[in-house]
Design a protein around this ligand. Structure first.
Ligand code: TA6
Length: 284
């Protein structure tokens, strides 16, 4: 895979746990991606704090997901009896198939995975002033293919208590801790405990307002109807061996995908593309 290195832009290294890591450099930013899960573990614009949260307790083992960054979730979201939680792709070994520099110094990296249940997966990451990630699923078999998919993105923030999330007012959601169906009433969602909500029928950009780091993060997406908002807070963090007990105030997951009733059904020969673009600006 060394043939995909580009001097000054793309370098393959031995990363944590001796897993292969790709270091990306552009004039605007740096990024890191592991072949394990095609997992983006780092994106940082010059002069800004890292955009993505990575747990200091994350494992880097072939049979374990990385905790933080952008886990790719497919073909199911959440737990499944006798199977790995959140599907098969975040612990699979992806192949780097192509890299290129374009558009005045941006870097494109294309990854593939052997078919899963007659579905071909291709993942394209673009690094520049923004970070964009595009997962395309092509159904090459017969009959219909049904799956859930999600980019389970962990964002680095200054302090959960001062954070707010906008863009979901009026959106229906379910709360993992309260039975029933709800509609978001808040212009700006604040978090003061464990939050695990799935918002439905929402395709709009989400903004994460972080006054502590004086940063606004924008999560724009296409090919996604569901947005998940999650913070494990105290008890769940303590229960997670690959998450530090004191890390939850510095992270928030805003996840873009198609889960539950919004799972995807592909007829034979068709394709679904989930795309997320992350950008940030200094808060005035
Ligand atoms: O994204 C929300 C969620 O489904 C939570 O319920 C929590 O389990 C989180 O994902 C992390 O899951 P993981 O399997 O990565 O520990």
């Amino acid at each position: 895979m060394k043939e995909h290195e580009i001097p000054g832009h793309v370098t393959l290294l031995d990363g944590c746990g001796n897993l292969t890591k790709i270091a990306v450099e552009t004039q605007w930013s740096t990024a890191e991606i592991y072949l394990h899960g095609a997992h983006v573990t780092h994106f940082q614009k010059m002069g800004e704090p890292p955009l993505l949260f990575m747990s200091q307790a994350s494992r880097f083992q072939a049979d374990q997901p990385i905790r933080g960054g952008v886990p790719l979730i497919f073909p199911w979201f959440g737990p499944r009896e006798g199977l790995p939680g959140h599907g098969l792709t975040r612990t699979a070994e992806w192949t780097l198939e192509e890299t290129s520099v374009y558009g005045g110094g941006k870097v494109m990296l294309r990854f593939r995975l052997p078919p899963i249940d007659s579905m071909d997966l291709e993942y394209v990451v673009r690094v520049g002033e923004t970070l964009s990630m595009e997962l395309s699923v092509t159904h090459t078999g017969t009959g219909d293919a049904v799956f859930e998919t999600c980019m389970h993105t962990y964002f680095q923030i200054g302090a959960i208590e001062t954070l707010s999330i906008t863009g979901l007012k009026g959106t229906p959601y379910i709360d993992q801790f309260q039975p029933g169906d709800f509609v978001e009433q808040a212009d700006a969602i604040r978090i003061s405990g464990e939050m695990d909500r799935v918002y439905f029928n929402t395709a709009v950009p989400i903004e994460i307002i972080d006054p502590t780091l004086r940063r606004k993060i924008r999560v724009a997406k296409s090919g996604s109807q569901s947005t998940v908002v999650w913070n494990p807070w105290i008890a769940k963090s303590k229960a997670m061996p690959d998450m530090g007990d004191d890390e939850y105030p510095q992270m928030i997951c805003v996840e873009s995908g198609n889960v539950g009733p919004e799972k995807i059904t592909l007829c034979s020969g068709s394709r679904a593309i989930l795309k997320v673009e992350l950008s940030s600006e200094v808060l005035g």
